[in-house]
Design a protein around this ligand. Structure first.
Ligand code: FE2
Length: 385
């Protein structure tokens, strides 16, 4: 059978992590600070993340707090923090973003100790500045933020909050204990995946390498995605601490229309495709999310009849995994369990992955065939295959 995925042109990114770590990290990151979505209706989006994903509403800013053009709801579970922002007027950048992309990720904010240095180091290496280091303050202290452009209309915002003790950011009002939220055990963001255009993957791999000091993650699944089902190429970039991992996908010619191409069509360009959220107990987390209305991709029975043979002994009962549609993959360090949601808005764009790692640091390459067949069934149902 012919391999239908083109070989990506060679990137000149070093793969040797050890030699990379020997260099001083010019962009030390403490982790992801928040992810900001621009949405059509932030109040209702917040309700979805509170009731379905179990995140707590912790802060708000809007007309009542002196914000004239937007309303933002901050929801949180574990270390995962989403900001859901909507435009109050049509003539704003937020409204334009939503008109072009539908609901989607506007900014991936990274937690740093020095937002001015992060901005200087990245812009001096070629990043396009979106916001120079800017200080804001209230009675809880001060925060410095700066932003650079990433793929499409997506930004990276650097957040320095070492002199701030408030709930979120100056200008936000803390909310009382959320009695609507139904937490499901989500802990932190494992990785955030970007979809970029045809043949653009290596350009963005180079951006994360040269501009942000990331390296190609040693557990990337690159060549393993070359099946007739995948029709995508992917490389995983990680920062030196490994806290921040950004896989980058580009579409590839395949047997059918690439799922990445479908995304690019409906998002109107590059953007965040999915975010993987970690849990210590995927069976409990996914059971509850399903009860709370989150729809996941369904996996064929045949996947589970072959599972034991493929991954060996695992702690979780296979019937339970099948009932929930959870996938399993093993590498030489251990195994991991993962499941993918359906898109969380009407456009077939952003979705979520729930992941539990038991030793494995990979991204589930053994699941691609089963997974992509499932995605193709959904694409087909939408008439986009
Ligand atoms: Fe993923």
């Amino acid at each position: 059978m012919a391999t239908l995925v083109r070989n990506a042109p060679e990137s000149n990114v070093p793969e040797n992590k050890a030699s990379d770590e020997a260099k001083a990290d010019f962009l030390p990151l403490n982790g992801t600070d928040y992810v900001e979505f621009y949405v059509g209706n932030a109040r209702q989006a917040a309700y979805f993340y509170r009731t379905a994903f179990g995140m707590k509403l912790v802060a708000y800013s809007g007309p009542e707090t002196g914000q004239r053009d937007r309303a933002s709801y901050v929801v949180q579970q574990g270390k995962i923090r989403f900001v859901l922002t909507t435009a109050l007027r049509s003539d704003s950048e937020i409204a334009k973003h939503v008109e072009k992309h539908g609901d989607g990720v506007h900014a991936i904010a990274l937690w740093v100790d020095d937002a001015a240095s992060a901005w200087r180091e990245t812009t001096s290496r070629g990043a396009r500045s979106v916001q120079e280091p800017t200080e804001s303050s209230d009675e809880d202290g001060r925060v410095v933020r700066s932003s650079i452009a990433a793929y499409g209309d997506t930004l990276h915002t650097f957040v320095e909050r070492k002199n701030y003790s408030g709930t979120f950011l100056p200008g936000f009002r803390a909310m009382p204990e959320d009695t609507v939220a139904r937490p499901v055990g989500l802990l932190h963001i494992d990785h955030i995946v970007g979809n970029v255009g045809w043949n653009a993957m290596n350009e963005w791999v180079d951006f994360y390498s040269h501009v942000m000091g990331f390296s190609l993650y040693q557990h990337f699944d690159d060549n393993d995605i070359s099946t007739e089902y995948s029709a995508l190429m992917s490389k995983v970039m990680a920062n030196s601490s490994g806290y921040v991992k950004f896989p980058i996908n580009e579409p590839a010619e395949g047997r059918r229309k690439s799922q990445i191409e479908e995304y690019l069509d409906f998002y109107n360009g590059p953007g965040v495709q999915h975010m993987a959220l970690a849990t210590h107990d995927i069976l409990a987390t996914v059971s509850q999310m399903q009860r709370q209305g989150v729809k996941f991709l369904t996996i064929p029975h045949s996947y589970y009849t072959e599972l034991q043979e493929r991954v060996g002994k695992i702690d979780e009962p296979i019937e339970e995994l099948e009932r929930l549609g959870i996938l399993v993959d093993r590498d030489n360090e251990g195994y991991m369990l993962q499941i993918f949601s359906q898109p969380v808005q009407d456009r077939p764009t952003v979705f979520f992955e729930i992941i539990q790692r038991k030793g494995s640091r990979s991204f589930g390459k053994g699941n691609f065939k089963a997974l992509f067949e499932a995605i193709e069934r959904e694409q087909d149902a939408r008439g986009n295959l």
